[in-house]
Design a protein around this ligand. Structure first.
Ligand code: ARG
Length: 278
């Protein structure tokens, strides 16, 4: 998301004030400068940009004010605080999110990202911070009882997610009955509209959708054949310095109870075995 012209205003105001003050300054005053002049002056704290596809409640979504909110935002915010770094979430389409990381347009990706061996080839992950599994959403009247029952049905997924991978394995990657969408809400909308028979996505998101769907027209179907997944915060491959800070912050918030407090806010109770405690 590009900064809107409006978001430049505060900065412009600060600059204008600074110029005004400088112009008013008496000649005999010691010159002041925002730029550190001695080698020992601390470098200005940098803000790390966090890419997230903010259409994945309750992990990341936009509130009515357009602010990015959710479990991931709170966890990464707390991690950053514990690690003494600054972060700013930037809404980033899922389809380009890892590319943005590789290009350096984002420093981190925190977007309910499952740690997979394939992704590990092209990015590095923090220690895991959340346990997940795929879950199926179907209309109440659906006959689906297990994942294998989707084999002959039309299934909606978000492109390039682990849900897409699971359904691709079952139906065949090029099967036209796999309907791929650029966001999970679009896949769920298609379920609502009757264009697909089921949607496969992360359990937290599917449960959130079914519980909040007005009219309660959907139910979930779990299946043990879905692999266990764990979310991690991704950084550019080789960015060991940032990774170390993230892991240090994560360990700190798991140890001091902050992680459990955030977890309870979103999921009701603290995880039995702290999610992905390694
Ligand atoms: N956990 C799944 C994956 O990593 C889905 C993540 C989708 N996240 C999102 N914000 N849309 O593939």
């Amino acid at each position: 998301m590009r900064p809107t012209p409006r978001s430049f205003l505060p900065l412009a105001a600060v600059l204008a004030t600074a110029l005004l003050l400088a112009a008013c300054g008496r000649k005999d005053e010691a010159p002041t400068s925002a730029v550190p002049t001695s080698a020992s002056a601390p470098a200005p704290a940098r803000t790390y940009l966090v890419g997230t596809d903010a259409a994945y409640a309750p992990f990341e979504s936009q509130n009515p004010k357009g602010e990015i909110v959710g479990f991931d935002v709170d966890v990464v915010g707390a991690v950053a605080k514990a690690a003494g770094i600054q972060v700013k979430f930037v809404n980033t389409p899922w389809e380009g999110i890892f590319n943005a990381l590789a290009q350096g347009d984002r420093d981190l990706v925190a977007s309910a990202v499952t740690i997979t061996d394939e992704r590990r080839q092209t990015m590095d992950f923090s220690d895991p911070y959340f346990d997940a599994q795929q879950l199926i959403a179907v209309p109440l009247a659906s006959k689906v009882e297990r994942f294998a029952d989707l084999k002959t049905l039309k299934v909606g997924v978000q492109t390039g997610t682990t849900g897409d991978e699971a359904v691709s394995r079952l139906l065949g990657k090029t099967n036209p009955d796999i309907r791929r969408f650029e966001s999970t809400p679009l896949a769920l909308q298609e379920l609502q509209d009757g264009g697909v028979d089921a949607v496969v996505a992360d359990n937290g998101v599917v449960i959130h959708y079914v519980l909040n769907n007005p009219g309660g027209k959907f139910r979930t179907v779990a299946d043990d054949s879905f692999v266990h997944e764990r979310y991690g915060i991704a950084v550019k491959k080789g960015n060991a310095e940032l990774l170390a800070k993230l892991n240090q912050g994560l360990a700190a918030i798991k140890a001091d109870g902050e992680y459990a407090r955030i977890y309870a806010r979103y999921f009701g109770a603290a995880p039995a075995a702290p999610a992905a405690s390694n």
